[in-house]
Ligand binder design. Structure first.
Ligand code: NAD
Length: 495
């Protein structure tokens, strides 16, 4: 049973500055539950004055937090992990409430975030610097240093997991962290910030600033912020990357995606049907790793029939969650209409304009069924652009090379997968795909830590990945210290 309890009153969601919750002074923002369409929270955007106050608090937090030895910081982060595990059910319920995904999906995202935290805890064991006698009596060593106050801007689709790609590593190396959550899903951030405080993080080392575009721009213009991690759509990622870089900051900005799955005739039918279905319907298709184009090579109709059957058996509000807003439903409906007008055939989800959830309670929520479009033209919008909903566009191909050419021509570069029983075809995809993350018989090829997360091409602006070893370098500097001592005995007692 997927039940998402609603608060009796809308939650007041503020900025977290210097360890206390305090309201911003910008425009009021309502937070709506995709399950019910009800207002579940209220927040305010942050003005430039609010941002100045927040960053000043973070500067103080940095002084306190960075003064602690690495091992002590790890102990605080370890307590944070214990607290996340203690509260995982209530955090998952909060994620579902504001984002619309099922509670099981919320829990899975949180656990992936905890996996990154576990990676961060291993920094003390794997990153002990390096020291070498480079010539007689002269020693060189590396010392990893935090940058200062750093910023993360996160999207609505993973209110805990995406921020948790950044928070544990950036904090463990000693930075003070300023987090600007999505204004659509800012409520989960309250729970996470409170748990960090409970774990013993000094006031100001975690700051939460609410708002949308103007708040982001104010933060990007603030001189005290040294580095920016961004995750969201490609247009915004590129704008944030440019503005942050031109203000002299280090920026890594992950953008949107259009992920392809190649289905070959020799694939295991059950494994392929389950993997492809889960990939495009999971989190109602609102995952940057979701499959959205199925490149069906040759005669694979048996598998497609199974995918259609699985799509039609989904129960909205039970096995599948809601999409983020009524505007997004209108956008998805228009995209389906446009694809049909261009010659695509609807195989599943014919009633997409009047879908209802199983539970009467959620009748006013934002529901959209899994839609499968067949015979989609490779150059149409449904095959080329990110729609961010549970829509699978099937493009028919005669050969693997034809499928590969379509995948390669797409400007995004997050994920690509193949379903086949032929290892050599899997190897070809791994070699030839224009994607940062590749799967063989895996519908959502998210690497498990310590293998890092990150796409290429227009799915990422900047260098390195957002988790794993390169993220450690992103959130810190390596200081090189060279020391020379006279290796002689000036006093008798030294001999
Ligand atoms: P979005 O780009 O609309 O918003 C992301 C963040 O940027 C939010 O905090 C928002 O307040 C802020 N923002 C929005 N417009 C802005 C502007 N003009 N200037 C400055 N800041 C702005 O993204 P979203 O709709 O919240 O999330 C969905 C998108 O995120 C999809 O495109 C999805 O593919 C992408 N995403 C990518 C990854 C990845 O790893 N590559 C992961 C998750 C989501």
């Amino acid at each position: 049973m997927n039940h998402v309890p609603h608060p009796p009153e809308p939650i007041n969601c503020h900025n977290f500055i210097g360890g206390s919750w305090t309201a911003g002074n910008g425009a009021a923002i309502e937070i709506t539950s995709p399950y019910s369409g009800a207002v579940i929270g209220k927040t305010h955007a942050s003005t430039r004055a609010d941002i100045d106050q927040a960053v000043a608090g973070a500067v103080e937090g940095f002084a306190a937090w960075s003064a602690k030895p690495l091992k002590e910081r790890c102990q605080t982060m370890f307590r944070f992990r214990e607290l996340l595990l203690r509260d995982k059910q209530s955090i998952a319920a909060r994620i579902s409430l504001e984002n619309g995904k099922t509670v099981g999906e919320s829990l899975a995202g949180l656990m992936k975030g905890i996996e990154v935290l576990e990676f961060a805890l291993s920094i003390q064991n794997m990153d002990q610097g390096g020291r070498m006698e480079v010539s007689r009596g002269v020693f060189c060593e590396y010392r990893r240093q935090p940058l200062g106050v750093v910023l993360a801007i996160s999207p609505f689709n993973f209110p805990a997991m995406v921020p948790m790609w950044m928070i544990p590593i950036a904090l463990t190396v000693g930075n003070a962290f300023v987090w600007k959550p999505s204004e659509k899903t800012p409520l989960t951030a309250m729970l996470i910030a409170d748990l960090l405080k409970e774990a013993g993080l000094p006031d100001g080392a975690m700051t939460v600033v609410q708002g949308g575009r103007e708040t982001v721009e104010g933060l990007l213009d603030h001189a005290a912020i040294k580095a920016v991690g961004f995750v969201g759509s490609t247009a915004v990622a590129e704008a944030v990357y440019r503005r942050g870089c031109s203000n002299g900051k280090r920026v890594l900005a992950l953008g949107g995606a259009k992920n392809h799955i190649i289905l070959l005739p020799d694939a295991d039918p059950e494994m392929a049907a389950v993997g492809i279905s889960d990939s495009f319907t999971g989190c109602a298709g609102q995952r940057c790793m979701a499959a959205s184009v199925l490149l069906a090579v040759g005669q694979v109709d048996g598998v497609i029939d199974k995918i259609v059957a699985r799509a039609e058996s989904q129960q909205l509000g039970q096995t599948m969650g809601a999409v983020i807003s009524a505007e997004q439903i209108a956008f998805l409906c228009d995209a389906v209409d446009e694809a049909v007008a261009a010659g695509a055939v609807i195989r599943a989800g014919h009633n997409y304009r009047e879908t209802q959830p199983v539970d009467e309670l959620y009748r006013n929520g934002f529901w959209f069924p899994p839609v499968i479009l067949d015979n989609v033209a490779p150059d149409s919008r449904a095959a080329r652009e990110e729609l961010f909903g549970p829509i699978l566009s099937i493009v028919r191909c005669d050969t693997f090379s034809e499928a590969m050419a379509i995948e390669n021509a797409n400007p995004y570069g997050n994920a690509a997968s193949i379903f086949t029983n032929n290892g050599a075809m899997g190897e070809r995809l791994a070699k030839e795909a224009a994607a940062g993350m590749v799967g063989v018989n895996i519908g959502i090829p998210v690497p498990r830590e310590p293998f890092s997360f990150g796409g290429i091409n227009r799915s990422k602006f900047g260098h390195g990945d957002i988790t794993g070893a390169t993220s450690l370098d992103f959130w810190s500097d390596l200081k090189k210290v060279t020391v020379k001592w006279q290796m002689q005995t000036d006093h008798n007692w030294m001999s």
